[in-house]
Design a protein around this ligand. Structure first.
Ligand code: ADP
Ligand code: VHF
Length: 408
């Protein structure tokens, strides 16, 4: 795991996100010179043999002036209409700007559902992979025109982090209107620049606001969530201004560098930890909770006290300890309707009473991601299935990921 900027300079594949604040002039129109300057930097990066994926905001901002809107629309319907108009203008500009450097772009408009549902996630993954193989620069934005309030990011910061996962990027560069993280909003007297963040402990006492610029969304709060998603799974992040994009990609000390805090993990686990929308909850007894937290044991029905929600086998659920804290997420192996009859029962009993299909774990350890670690490692015998009398399992290393919470 690298704690130096060379990780950015040497990244084979980099996701670069540019925010609305950097693409919009004071008149509210799309800042075309800023867009072209970024494209020149990305084209250089491509020429140097690196892959780039661009996550770009600016669709709504681009439509403010053409539609004669007084400012960023607050209601969903107008925001959607503006995005529909603005996205066309935005991608036309990118297509022309990249063409000047002999490069083609491919547009991907994603909704939160594309990172929430595994089949959608895989589709996005396949498209990005193929575009890169074809030498195309993927240009990604949220599909604002169809995203509804319940299922949308709203900002592009978290989308960029999830795109980094989907694409297995080696680095994430967030470009905004401030040169990195400050101890408090930068216009506050006495606010100081922070060049390096090595983990959550370095963020103690930092004051960030969710209020973005007039055109941006989410402010620094969503940027730090984005950072948390990326760094927890091994992706280093630089946060800086659009004007510093070239220097940031070259590994120069601009903005704020966030070192990775966790290891790369499987896509399934990333999806489960950061993107999946849980469909229900399994309430674990003390022993099962400890075993799951200690060594990532499979969860058997004997260790479960209660089930909440309506879900089908294969859907994501939260695993909750007796104190009500969510400790893990997993893909459940049974429909919710079948689970009450299994609760508290040992596998041998279930196999004898209900047949062979009912001796499997409620959540298999391979389908589980730990969100909250136990205070210490589990004792030697806790690597058996949680709540279980079944097969013994090996304890496994876990990424130690921390979830972002529900995605808006
Ligand atoms: N601690 C902080 N450090 C740096 N910027 C901060 C902080 N807290 C709030 N901000 C604000 O976050 C804003 C950037 O967010 P936003 O407008 O959403 O940008 P973008 O459109 O690029 O995503 C900055 O203009 C800055 O005022
Ligand atoms: N998808 C929206 C982007 C929303 C937005 O402004 O996000 P951000 O640049 O992260 O503040 C658009 O294209 O207008």
């Amino acid at each position: 795991m690298s704690d130096s900027r060379t990780a950015i300079a040497q990244a084979r594949r980099t996701v670069v996100k540019i925010g609305s604040s950097s693409l919009t002039g004071t008149d509210g129109r799309l800042n075309v010179p800023a867009l072209e300057a970024l494209v020149a930097v990305l084209a250089e990066r491509r020429d140097a043999g690196h892959e780039v994926i661009l996550v770009t905001s600016g669709a709504i901002a681009a439509a403010i002036a053409p539609l004669g809107l007084p400012g960023r629309p607050r209601d969903l319907a107008t925001a959607q209409a503006a995005a529909s108009v603005g996205q066309g203008l935005l991608i036309a500009r990118y297509t022309a700007a990249f063409a000047d450097h002999g490069l083609r772009v491919g547009q991907l408009l994603l909704t939160a559902a594309d990172t929430l549902r595994r089949d959608h996630y895989r589709n996005a993954q396949r498209s990005i992979e193929r575009l890169l193989e074809l030498g195309v620069v993927p240009v990604i934005n949220e599909n604002d025109a169809v995203a509804t309030d319940e299922i949308r990011f709203g900002d592009n910061d978290r989308l960029a982090a999830l795109v980094s996962h989907v694409a297995r990027a080696d680095a994430l560069v967030l470009l905004t209107d401030v040169d990195g993280l400050f101890t408090a909003p930068p216009d506050r007297p006495g606010s100081r620049h922070i060049p390096l963040v090595r983990g959550p402990e370095d963020l103690t006492g930092i004051e960030v606001t969710a209020r973005g610029t007039a055109v941006g969304t989410g402010g620094m709060v969503t940027k730090l969530e984005s950072v948390r998603i990326a760094t927890a799974s091994g992706t280093p992040v630089v946060l800086t201004t659009a004007g510093n994009a070239r220097a940031a990609l070259a590994g120069e000390p601009v903005g704020t560098y966030f070192t990775p805090t966790g290891k790369r993990t499987t896509r399934k686990r990333l999806w489960l930890a950061f993107a999946a929308a849980p469909k229900g909850r399994l309430i674990l007894d003390e022993g099962a909770a400890r075993a799951v937290q200690g060594g990532l044991a499979s969860l058997l029905p004997a260790g479960v006290l209660d089930v909440e929600g309506a879900f089908e086998a294969g859907e994501p659920v939260e695993l909750v300890n007796p104190a009500g804290k969510v400790i893990a997420r997993g893909l459940v192996a049974y429909d919710s309707a079948d689970i009450p009859a299994l609760l508290g029962r040992h596998t041998s009993y279930l196999r004898a009473r209900l047949g062979d299909g009912f001796d499997r774990a409620l959540v298999h350890r391979d389908d589980l991601v730990l969100l909250r670690r136990g205070r210490k490692r589990a004792p030697a015998n806790a690597d058996a299935p949680a709540g279980g009398d079944g097969e013994r399992t090996r304890p496994r290393a876990e990424a130690g990921v921390v979830p972002t919470g529900a995605i808006r």
